[in-house]
Design a protein around this ligand. Structure first.
Ligand SMILES: NC(=O)c1ccc[n+]([C@@H]2O[C@H](COP(=O)([O-])OP(=O)(O)OC[C@H]3O[C@@H](n4cnc5c(N)ncnc54)[C@H](O)[C@@H]3O)[C@@H](O)[C@H]2O)c1
Length: 258
């Protein structure tokens, strides 16, 4: 029970990496507030996790809206107690040739992936600062370390997450708060399922060839399990990482090393 006496908010917790983190944190004794744009999926996921272990509750949340973020933070604290961990997993991605990237897609990607984390970090820090206790974990990506074709909006957002993470980490370090980012490579989640056809088109291969194409470029020759991202999040959330802040940790099976 490494997170006993902790309250964790996990945005994007209904699906993929966020769901894996919420599951692991609940198993480690945290009370978890699971927020997601897809309210019905959040309710189902929270019930599913809570049936196995822990206290997990769902909130409808759009991370791009400050009023929503503040409402959920306030309601989560009223229901579960002071928030000590905040994990920003809500995100979106779309592979599209640069000249076909509409202004709307650019704005939406930056709003969800970067502004959403800004708003959530403000809600978290505002509450954690007076208590001098808190760990914030932001989902960046290997696409926050290395650019990739037809992925300009996503890469820009994920590079931005690392800049935000580093800047905030420096500012709040004297107040006892830690802020880190996780940079996974390929994690099989609904996000990847949705973009497999576009990835195949971009590479000029068939959708069924995508997996082999990707594995050939990963030194460990396998993808990253959502539970492996959750294990890294657990490390950053708890006291084992008490001297770790401002980091952007790769989970890429050796594909990215800087
Ligand atoms: N899957 C990967 O390979 C991979 C790799 C690196 C980084 N990431 C990042 O990890 C995070 C989680 O990705 P995933 O693969 O689990 O994706 P996913 O699509 O399975 O889950 C994302 C969740 O975010 C929610 N969401 C989207 N917009 C939202 C909003 N405005 N407000 C609140 N919730 C919103 C979705 O409803 C969904 O439940 C994302 O930030 C993603 O960019 C994923």
């Amino acid at each position: 029970m490494r997170l006993k006496d902790h309250v964790a908010v996990v945005t994007g917790g209904a699906s993929g990496i966020g769901a894996a983190i919420a599951t692991r944190f609940a198993r480690e004794g945290a009370r978890v507030a699971l927020g997601d744009l897809d309210a019905a999926a959040a309710e189902r996921r929270a019930a599913q996790i809570a049936s196995a272990s822990g206290d997990v509750r769902a909130w409808a949340l759009d991370v791009t809206r400050r009023d929503d973020v503040e409402r959920v933070a306030g309601e989560a604290e009223a229901a579960l107690g002071p928030i000590s961990i905040w994990v920003n997993c809500a995100g979106m991605s779309q592979i599209v040739p640069f000249l076909d990237c509409s202004e709307e897609l650019w704005d939406r990607t930056l709003a969800v992936n970067l502004k959403g984390i800004f708003l959530c970090c403000q809600a978290a820090v505002r509450r954690m600062l007076p208590r001098r206790r808190g760990s914030i974990i932001n989902l960046s990506s290997q696409s926050g370390k290395v650019g990739n074709s037809q992925f300009a909006a996503y890469c820009a957002s994920k590079f931005g997450v690392i800049g935000l993470t580093q800047s905030l980490a420096v500012e709040v370090a004297p107040h006892g708060l830690r802020v880190n980012a996780l940079c996974p490579g390929i994690v099989p989640t609904p996000m990847w399922d949705r973009q497999t056809a576009d990835y195949a088109r971009k590479r000029g291969i068939k959708p069924e060839e995508v997996r082999g194409y990707l594995l050939a470029r990963i030194p460990m020759a396998r993808v990253c399990g959502p539970e492996e991202v959750a294990a890294a999040a657990l490390f950053l959330a708890g006291d084992d990482a008490s001297y770790v802040t401002g980091q952007a940790i790769n989970l890429t099976g050796g594909a990215v090393m800087h």
